[in-house]
Design a protein around this ligand. Structure first.
Ligand SMILES: *Cc1c(COP(=O)(O)O)cnc(C)c1O
Length: 426
């Protein structure tokens, strides 16, 4: 059977395939660059594992208190090595990215301290963690205040406003690398480094924490290479490589990690406890695969940007600009187009392809959200997934793909759904 015939059986029409073909061949040089980054990061991960002398004994799990969990402790050494930090906390007990960020923040802040976000509003779920939106148990309830400066219109840092915002109570700066559900540009690691240098020149002891979600392995350096005191992320995003069934990580300065660990477990217990149960092998193997999984996801994002740009939609990042995370947003301006797009992604999934996504009121978000995910791991967004808050400008945020060929099928299917609904002309 011809490839086009098989695509046809899956529901992709000839018109869509023809339209995509040219874009794909134009992208060969871009894909080559993505593969070079993956090659570098693959070596970095292997080197980190060799340095920690990873062995199959580390794949065994512990139970109960988890004292002397060799697999857990060695995995933390691997993360510290790979991301060039002094220490790491990598745990299945960190249940999500939001939880890992909460632990890093609440472990390192004390009553009377202030948090500064110099890059605009943080990710939606953090609004309740910090108390920007009232919430039970927020940092605000513990007497921790929050201040924010926004990016300038061109996406650069407002250095004057930042200078004015830093004060004697500023204890921690939260820098979100990825744009999340905003339409600002994602920050490059180099830009983050410049911001950190500026902040440290104003206040040398301020803790610079980077929300690294979706950024891992997109570049050859990470924020810890440019002065970040802590980087934080989710294992069901980039660094789990699609295999980690749960977990989060914090990598950075030893004292910061210690304080986070004492919050995650208990004062006096810190990193010494926390059984890895049976998940260690997936966390190691997922990290090992992560550089090439991220490369597949990046190719999908670049492909989508170029296809939808050709159709006249505005896309962030645009078709040609350099990438600093795996998220692609497409601004549709119409709720129907957002819904069709998500249904296309769902229909291309290996799991739950028969399900029809609908907008719903998801906890932690301030508007209805539609999500498409046919994932092996619930909520995993390193797997091909799309989500969109149902509010103007009706932008869809699309990310992941454990393999490039699956990402490609998902994007073709989204195009197909829009085409069938007469929302685009090919
Ligand atoms: C996904 C994400 C989070 C939160 O992660 P969850 O695992 O969904 O809780 C935080 N910040 C950014 C930038 C993210 O992309």
């Amino acid at each position: 059977m011809e490839l086009t015939e098989l695509y046809g059986q899956l529901g992709i029409s000839e018109a869509v395939i023809q339209f995509a073909k040219e874009t794909e061949s134009d992208l060969r040089p871009r894909f080559e660059t993505v593969d070079q980054t993956a090659e570098y990061n693959q070596l970095k991960v292997i080197q980190a594992m060799q340095k920690a002398r990873v062995s199959d004994i580390h794949f065994a799990g512990t139970t109960g208190y988890g004292y002397n969990d060799l697999g857990r402790d060695t995995l933390e050494a691997v993360y510290a090595n790979a991301f060039h930090g002094e220490d790491a906390l990598v745990r299945p007990q960190l249940i999500s990215g939001t939880h890992a960020l909460t632990v890093a923040l609440s472990g390192n802040l004390r009553p009377g301290d202030e948090i500064l976000s110099p890059v605009g509003k943080p990710y939606d779920t953090l609004e309740e963690v910090i108390g920007i939106r009232e919430s039970v148990g927020s940092l605000k309830e513990f007497g921790i205040t929050y201040r924010q400066t926004d990016l300038l219109a061109d996406g650069s840092f407002d250095y004057e406003a930042i200078r004015g915002a830093v004060n004697e109570r500023t204890k921690l700066v939260e820098i979100q690398r990825s744009k999340g559900y905003a339409t600002r540009p994602t920050l490059s690691v180099k830009q983050i480094g410049e911001l950190i240098s500026f902040l440290k020149s104003l206040k040398p002891d301020v803790i610079c924490m980077v929300d690294n979600c979706y950024g891992e392995f997109v570049e050859t350096i990470e924020p810890t290479d440019v002065g970040a005191d802590m980087i934080v992320g989710s294992l069901i995003k980039n660094p789990g490589g699609g295999l980690a069934p749960i977990g989060g990580y914090i990598v950075g300065r030893k004292d910061c990690i210690e304080r986070a660990a004492c919050r995650l477990t208990a004062p006096g217990l810190g990193k010494e406890v926390g059984a890895s149960l049976g998940v260690s092998q997936s966390l190691y193997q997922g990290l090992f695969l992560a550089p090439s999984v991220v490369a597949g996801a990046l190719k999908g994002a670049i492909f989508a940007a170029n296809l939808y740009e050709r159709l006249g939609f505005s896309v962030i990042p645009n078709g040609t600009e350099s990438r600093h995370d795996i998220i692609q947003s497409i601004i549709f301006q119409k709720p129907e187009a957002v819904i069709r797009f998500c249904r296309g992604i769902q229909a291309a999934a290996p799991v739950d392809s028969f399900v029809t996504p609908e907008p719903w009121a998801m906890p932690g978000y301030d508007s209805d959200v539609i999500m498409a995910a046919g994932a092996f791991i619930q909520g995993s967004s390193i797997e091909l997934s799309a989500d969109a808050p149902m509010k103007p400008p009706y932008a869809v945020y699309f990310q992941g793909g454990l393999t490039w060929h699956h990402a490609k099928l998902g994007i073709l299917m989204s195009l197909q759904k829009l085409y069938e609904a007469n929302l685009i002309k090919l």
